[in-house]
Design a binder for this molecule. Sequence first.
Ligand code: AMP
Length: 231
Amino acid sequence: MRLVLLGPPGAGKGTQARMLRDLAGIPQISSGDLLRAAVHERSRLGVEAAKYMDRGELVPDDLVLNLIDERLGASDAKKGFILDGFPRSVAQAEALTAMLLKRSGKGIDLVIALSVPDEEIVRRVSGRRTCTQCGAMYNLVSEPPQRVGVCDKCGGELYQREDDSEATVRNRLNVYNATTRPLLEYYGARKLLAQIDGMGRPGEVDSRIIAALDGLLSKSERAKASRGRDN
Ligand code: AMP
């Protein structure tokens, strides 16, 4: 199963990508995570990428495409993958098709586009906090830690990603609307698009996605998904 998760920052792509990863046993490939790892390592690519990420701008394609191509070539991606945050423009979508055709002769199976209103995005993203020690994620609005600024799991200090501040989130939304949103039409025209409402109680969005995956899931994966919903 080769999937793309599309949607503005804070739409829940990461959460849903992890749900699908656990369900189907295929890797979640997040361009944002790959870039943040490069920034953390202070590689040449990371230092260059950070200049764009801090402002909420897209990192230039020549930096992103190599990272993704390399990751798609790893052995765990042979069975399938869930792309989270890539592609983010029509040019990246065309580059992705070319990469996949070269590697396996097969394109993507489905693009799942999560939609969430802009004001809800700003509320969700500016409330995000991450543990400096164990990486656990919190949300001051929907999933606050028990003690302000402290991780419930390991006692580590919580921090806000630099690009999650309200001003940068608004810029990331503008970038999404101008550059990434056209992908809805692009994939719609190719009959690869499933548009999913990203609002609702926990589990509701999961169920909508599972329904959209329909024939792409095996019998055992469908059974596992419905057991998950019953629990
Ligand atoms: P994310 O974690 O997906 O919200 O990405 C965080 C930041 O990484 C974005 O605001 C961009 O600066 C950069 N980024 C992530 N994915 C891409 C991509 N596919 N193309 C260009 N820049 C990206």
